[in-house]
Design a protein around this ligand. Sequence first.
Ligand SMILES: Nc1ncnc2c1ncn2[C@@H]1O[C@H](COP(=O)(O)OP(=O)(O)OP(=O)(O)O)[C@@H](O)[C@H]1O
Ligand SMILES: [Mg+2]
Length: 439
Amino acid sequence: MQSKQEILEKLTGISSSRKSYYSELVYLVEEMKKKNRQLAVINQLTHIQIDATWQQTSSYIAQQLSQILAFEHFTLTIVKGGTPTSYLCMRTDTDWQCHTLTHPHCPDTANFPEQLHHKLAQTLPQHYATSVSLRNPLNQTFGYLTLLREEQRPADPEEAELIQLVARHVGVIVENSLLFQDVNEKIKIEAQLIQSAKMAAIGEMAAGIAHELNSPLTAILGNSQLLLRETADAPTAPLMRDIYQCGVRCKKIIQNLLTFSRQEEYLFETVSIDEVVEDVLGLIGYQLSVCGLTITREMNEPSLLFHGSRHQIEQVVINLLLNARDALSEQEAPRILIRSFPVEEDGVRYAGLSVYDNGTGIPAEQLSQIFQPFFSTKERTKGTGLGLSVSLGIAEAHGGKLYAQSEENRYSEFTLLLPLLIKEEEHQHHGAETDIDCG
Ligand SMILES: Nc1ncnc2c1ncn2[C@@H]1O[C@H](COP(=O)(O)OP(=O)(O)OP(=O)(O)O)[C@@H](O)[C@H]1O
Ligand SMILES: [Mg+2]
């Protein structure tokens, strides 16, 4: 028969003298508790919301891992299309504060951790970084987990194994999120394609209808004007005036629709931004000044040139100025500032023109809608909601951009960018400068 000691050894896996038996048992229980905690945390990691932002995901991982690993700060890096982005979570008293760090395109991920550690050392000096990669089944790296510690710790194989295990689990979660974003993106692009196909069809139809309506409308406008002149004092005059006003409004809509569907041919030529602003203020400057507006101009010296349709760009500037006027109608010291400036975006040099007003501003939730056709917050008789969508179409047809910045009750600023036309001699001069720089 086995001795009591042997049976205990078999049951507990502890072979020891009675003296150290209890302390070893306590140690074993502690180890099991630790392993249980690790399993619980790894299980918790799988609960990350698939549609969470990377900042939220990174903070969540940091929060969970801090229960089983000792570190001060944490970074999750995601590599998408060869460009890594890091989400650095810094520990605060109550939770984690996440900062986004961008990196240049990095086709070879092999030496990225070194680059990342270097960058992190600038933000968090006197911290030691340890990174582990996130890999897919094809052994391609699509991210990194980085722990930042205030002191360098000796290598601990058990801990290294745990970090690898965590990385495998986090890897699956991150891959799922990437897949989810990919599918979402595709659905969005598909919706956009359908929308633009629809818009193209509507544009073509609208242009046809607009052409058809143009002639009868000319007759309505001409005849009502004639009748108005002859019966100015008649009791029917207000009705006649109403017919005329409605006709004018229809004409404006038709004109906008024609431009919107780009059915009108325009002559492209070399135009200076200064001339455009000059002409527009000549046209509507009086209309604006009688509203009590102060208009200031800050034009770049020398004047900036672009290749395009003077008529269309004038139309854009008129739209922007009239919108500014409308936004300023109830303002105390209404002010419009027109500025021109050269600017470089994504390697392209543009002539920039901005129209600033200290009017009503645009609520944040409307900012994404204002360029949509027929979006208007104005009374039906005042706005058609086509001004900005037509203007955006014109800017894009010129290879340019049009965007808005605004703060409700403070200001709106619309910026039009048109590819800058550089005069031949300036071009040569610029080339010479570059040569000197390189040399
Ligand atoms: N400078 C601005 N300040 C505040 N809101 C603006 C400004 N410019 C445009 N908006 C908002 O954007 C909407 C759309 O402008 P858009 O020029 O396209 O149409 P609209 O001015 O309403 O009508 P339309 O120009 O066709 O007569 C406006 O109704 C207004 O709510
Ligand atoms: Mg408008």
